[in-house]
Ligand binder design. Structure first.
Ligand code: TXA
Ligand code: MG
Length: 336
């Protein structure tokens, strides 16, 4: 695999000019591609929401060049949050902290907290170091859709609406960052990712998992997220062949994402074997779903993945994708 590790001076300059002019720049991170705007420019941030089609009250992650910028954006940094930042930055971890006074409502969705992350992808680092300020960036996909893990995905999604797309090849991790919120009495893991709950617990004595009533809003945990347009249904692991066979009867096309090969050849079934290794499966997940989404199938059936920590982030994204369109799909499939 060819990894492009730096952009040219000319590309970097074009990206900086766009950011300074209040325009958007798509850039690679180690998790997924981000669609960036100058976090101190509320008009630029509004453009971001418009282009993405995202409801305006949903908060964004501010990307920083290094840990030394943390206190410019957070007015309070609990000891445990600092230890996490020291251990995992640059890397796939986002910290939600009480915001500094200057952080605009456009970025935080009017909340008193701000989400911060120092990404490790060399091109993201190159851009952030040169820009010096914070770059507010959601994943570079239209609202509710699959996150992009290659520059082509961003171009497909936005076309001319985003003029600068920095191409850093394939994202190394492929799933969005782990989010840990420090607000109220207890730290909470709001979104599982490559940094696991067990790793966070090494630095945080008391970690809640999932949102509670006191948690800030996390639209990424609402149902219509990370979803292909084809209805996606999770099937118990042992039933995947039987269900694929039954649903494709009569020649209807069905897509399958599984972690093993089919037991027999099924006609009218497009089957991807994504393998049994959680990290590789997660790395390939959005790309595989994009491929299956394009093959003209009535459903995407996903063989349920194993329990356990290694699969947690993958399970989380699959469940959200299924929730986006699965209720109706599930009922329909259940009848057959
Ligand atoms: O890996 C990632 O985190 C990628 C790359 C581009 O950095 N970004 C990403 O951004 O996934 P986005 O906007 O798609 O998801 C950000 C998540 C959302 O679920 C949002 O609700 C949550 O972060 N978030 C942002 N600010 C927050 C806040 N103040 N409190 C709670 N959650 C927040
Ligand atoms: Mg997103």
């Amino acid at each position: 695999m060819v990894q492009v590790l730096r952009v040219t001076e000319a590309q970097l300059e074009a990206a900086l000019q766009s950011l300074r002019a209040g325009e958007l720049v798509a850039f690679p991170t180690e998790t997924v591609y981000g669609l960036g705007a100058d976090a101190t420019n509320p008009a630029a941030v509004r453009t971001l929401f418009e282009v993405k089609g995202r409801p305006a009250h949903h908060p964004l992650i501010v990307h920083l060049a290094g840990i030394e910028q943390l206190r410019e954006w957070a007015r309070e940094v609990p000891q445990e949050a600092l230890r996490l930042a020291e251990r995992f930055w640059p890397g796939p971890l986002t910290l939600v902290l009480p915001r500094a006074a200057h952080v605009s409502d456009a970025v935080t969705g009017g909340q008193d907290t701000v989400a911060l992350r120092v990404p490790s992808h060399p091109i993201a680092r190159q851009l952030l170091a040169a820009f010096r300020g914070g770059i507010a960036a959601p994943s570079a996909n239209r609202y509710g859709r699959l996150s992009p893990t290659r520059a082509e995905h961003v171009r497909e999604e936005f076309g001319a609406a985003v003029s600068v797309v920095l191409d850093g090849g394939e994202c190394q991790i492929g799933l969005e960052s782990t989010i840990v919120a420090f607000q109220g009495r207890r730290a909470r893991l709001l979104r599982p990712g490559a940094v696991t709950a067990a790793q966070v617990r090494q630095m945080v004595a008391d970690l809640g998992v999932g949102a509670d009533e006191a948690s800030p809003r996390v639209p990424g945990s609402t149902s219509a997220h990370y979803a292909p347009t084809t209805p996606l249904i999770i099937v118990p692991a042992g039933q995947i062949d039987v269900r694929a066979e039954a649903l494709s009867a009569g020649g209807r096309r069905v897509a399958v994402l599984a972690w093993r090969a089919p037991l027999a050849a099924h006609r009218s079934v497009t089957w991807i074997n994504a393998g049994r290794r959680a990290r590789q499966y997660g790395h390939d997940l959005y790309g595989n779903l994009r491929i299956l989404d394009k093959c003209g199938c009535r459903w995407i059936l996903v063989q349920d993945v194993p329990e356990g920590e290694a699969w947690r982030a993958v399970r989380d994204r699959l469940r959200r994708a299924a929730a986006a369109n699965g209720a109706e799909g599930e009922a329909e499939v259940g009848k057959r």
